[in-house]
Design a protein around this ligand. Structure first.
Ligand SMILES: *[C@@H]1O[C@H](CO)[C@@H](O)[C@H](O)[C@H]1NC(C)=O
Ligand SMILES: *[C@@H]1O[C@H](CO)[C@@H](O)[C@H](O)[C@H]1NC(C)=O
Ligand SMILES: *[C@@H]1O[C@H](CO)[C@@H](O)[C@H](O)[C@H]1NC(C)=O
Length: 227
């Protein structure tokens, strides 16, 4: 993800004094396809600080309501889990999730690190650089896509045409174009998904056409915070 890229760049450049967290932006579908796990859940117990062999990490125990993605693994995390422990760096300058509000449902996304579930403020669906996305902000269309459509269309890659884009290095001949800084960027983020075009014999992909998307594009900024 974006975070990794920036951290690596900083290391290569010898920047060791101040290593601020900087996130790359990606479309929710690309995030879904690239992460190891995605689930709906909430904070269960108080944050515990742990110090496994020197590296400061924070630990959140969460209740899991629904698992949308659990990449196969050998440490037993699967789609039937009801409780999980999330690990994160202890500080937000290291992209750690410093704080999780109680009694708020979040869409947690992250990766497996040393047989643990790891989260950071960059690897999120839609809440750029701010940690897990509150479930209340996940649009109706996104909830639908999370159930099946994103997963079934991971061959389709969203290509960000913005000059500030961070596009994943694996290129694909089947992309949907998205300007993450453009007028309708939130509509593309919240109201549609990049899906295989059944009419195409070349395996092309296209944006999913639906009434919510149409309505969103008609009113330039209505995509945000709309169910
Ligand atoms: C610390 O390192 C030791 C030895 O490498 C290992 O057995 C132990 O599990 C580690 N502890 C944690 C909390 O990671
Ligand atoms: C999860 O639960 C379903 C339904 O009980 C079951 O069919 C499936 O095998 C379970 N998956 C795992 C990984 O345990
Ligand atoms: C990409 O192009 C190749 C060769 O032209 C084609 O076989 C394939 O179906 C296309 N689509 C995808 C999703 O790879």
């Amino acid at each position: 993800m974006g975070m990794l890229l920036y951290s690596l760049l900083a290391l290569v450049a010898g920047v060791t004094s101040v290593l601020a967290c900087s996130c790359g932006y990606s479309h929710p579908q690309d995030t879904f396809c690239s992460v190891d796990f995605v689930f709906l859940g909430w904070l269960r117990s108080n944050v515990k600080e742990t110090e496994p062999n020197g590296s400061m990490t924070k630990k959140y125990e969460v209740t899991i309501r629904k698992v949308f993605k659990a990449r196969p693994n050998d440490f037993g995390f699967n789609e039937n889990m009801t409780v999980g422990i999330l690990y994160t760096a202890s500080h937000d300058s290291l992209c750690g999730v410093e704080f999780l509000e109680k009694r708020v449902k979040f869409l947690f996304t992250g990766s497996y690190v040393d047989s643990q579930l790891n989260i950071d403020i960059c690897t999120t669906i839609g809440s750029y650089g701010q940690g897990p996305m509150p479930w209340a902000w996940v649009s109706k269309m996104q909830r639908k896509y999370l159930n099946r459509i994103y997963r079934e269309n991971c061959e389709c890659v969203v290509f960000d045409t913005s000059p500030y884009a961070y596009n994943s290095p694996h290129s694909s001949n089947s992309t949907c174009k998205w300007d993450s800084r453009g007028d309708h960027s939130e509509c593309y983020e919240r109201q549609t998904a990049c899906i295989k075009d059944r009419k195409s014999h070349l395996g092309d992909c296209k944006w999913h056409n639906n009434p919510k998307m149409k309505a969103c594009k008609q009113t330039k900024s209505s995509g945000f915070l709309e169910p």
